[in-house]
Write a protein that binds this ligand. Structure first.
Ligand SMILES: *Cc1c(COP(=O)(O)O)cnc(C)c1O
Length: 387
């Protein structure tokens, strides 16, 4: 089994005596022991087995094993949300006094973590802009421990060069942690380029149908062990039910992503020729500033297309109001196409300067291209752009 499609389907929890074909849902908070010695040996970790579902559960273990294999990782741990994965991973590895270097374009709550909460524990950060990877080395301090980035970025779909990030991290003995949410394990495997850990919000394309929240961190065994011990004590574990849903979702991830990307390319090409559109950004369009890097590290361009509508904030709001079936929602990576206008919503509290640094312009529209028929998606955007 080396192809992702097969791994995603055939990695399964052990069959029970009932010989079920599809893996059952293990809704149990704890597990029983044969006798006192069995219990002692289990707690002493002389045996690898389930003790309590805050530690491990057959459904979460199956989900983690799949993601780890798909990412080429040694091990992993699953979390209740993507943010609990980000928080627990960083909180495990950073001590008071440490410093982290991160791309400025990170998920909003990750930004809050770095700027609002970590300073409480005397953990500092430096940001670099997505097009300034060459400046990272000048930001390194003796206390620097981690380089953190997302690629493609949200909502600007910029691409960071993973090979270059891996090279810098290795040269300076820093940990490289990549939030791979937008690419999924099907399109991009950061560990190949030198990442030590890879994080996913499973809420997005891994679930793919807008149902459950989840997160996961995979990577180096020694680091995951520390993350596991931290999490086992602090309690951000993924629920077995959500793990079961997410593991089933992974079975169809490769085919879903293929179609998401096919639809996204067609939409990007349509938008690129439209008179009310200033510019379009999609990693696999030749006009994308990091097209070559995207081609090097991604299998396909992903499902997020962003574009600048002519006319700024008002035009952006009108466009959103005129959509007929595309959803106005904050999620992404759903079967349903979702459209947002960051300047009037998710990023409305930022100053103009901060917005531009995060890559948010006034007429920026982010489209999470779904699995409806592409002709219908294009028709909805076309009529909304006309009005
Ligand atoms: C959504 C998202 C997260 C947070 O995930 P939740 O499951 O919502 O907690 C983290 N990183 C990226 C890039 C995301 O898109």
């Amino acid at each position: 089994m080396e192809n992702l499609e097969t791994i995603a389907i055939r990695t399964q929890a052990e069959r029970t005596q009932f010989q079920e074909h599809s893996v059952p849902l293990y809704l149990t908070s704890s597990y029983v022991f044969d006798n006192a010695e069995d219990m002692r040996a289990s707690f002493a970790e002389e045996k690898e087995r389930n003790i309590y579902s805050r530690f491990t559960n057959p459904n979460t273990s199956e989900f983690v094993e799949k993601i780890a294999k798909m990412e080429g990782a040694e091990s992993g741990y699953a979390f209740a949300t993507g943010m609990s994965a980000v928080f627990s991973t960083l909180a495990t590895l950073l001590d008071s006094g440490d410093h982290i270097i991160s791309a400025r374009s990170v998920f909003g709550s990750t930004h809050s973590l770095l700027t609002k909460y970590f300073p409480k524990w005397n953990i500092s950060h430096s940001y670099f802009k997505v097009d300034e990877v060459d400046k990272i080395e000048s930001l390194i301090k003796p206390q620097t421990k981690i380089i953190f980035a997302e690629t493609p970025t949200n909502p600007g779909v910029d691409i960071l060069d993973l090979e270059e990030l891996g090279r810098i991290a290795k040269k300076h003995d820093l940990l490289l942690i990549i939030d791979n949410c937008f690419a999924t394990p099907y399109l991009q495997n950061p560990i190949k380029f030198g990442a030590d850990l890879v994080i996913h919000s499973a809420t997005k394309l891994i679930d793919g149908q807008g149902r459950v929240l989840g997160g996961v961190t995979v990577g180096r065994e020694d680091l995951i062990r520390e993350i596991y011990l931290f999490s086992r004590n602090t309690g951000p574990a993924l629920s077995p039910f959500n793990a079961w849903v997410l593991s089933k979702s992974l079975e169809t991830l490769p085919v879903r992503i293929e179609r998401h990307c096919e639809n996204a390319v067609k939409l990007a090409e349509f938008l690129e020729g439209h008179e009310n559109v200033e510019w379009v950004k999609y990693p696999f369009l030749k006009s994308h500033p990091q097209f070559e890097i995207a081609k090097k590290q991604m299998k396909l361009g992903g499902n997020i297309v962003s574009f600048e509508i002519k006319g700024g904030i008002e035009a952006g709001r009108n466009f959103i109001d005129n959509l007929k079936f595309c959803s106005r929602s904050a999620n992404l990576g759903d079967t349903r196409t979702i459209i947002t206008h960051p300047a009037s919503t998710t990023h409305s509290k930022l100053s103009k300067e901060e917005s531009l640094e995060a890559g948010i312009t006034e007429g920026l529209i982010r489209v999470s291209v779904g699995l409806e028929h592409i002709n219908d998606i294009i028709a909805d955007l076309e009529q909304a752009l006309k009005n």
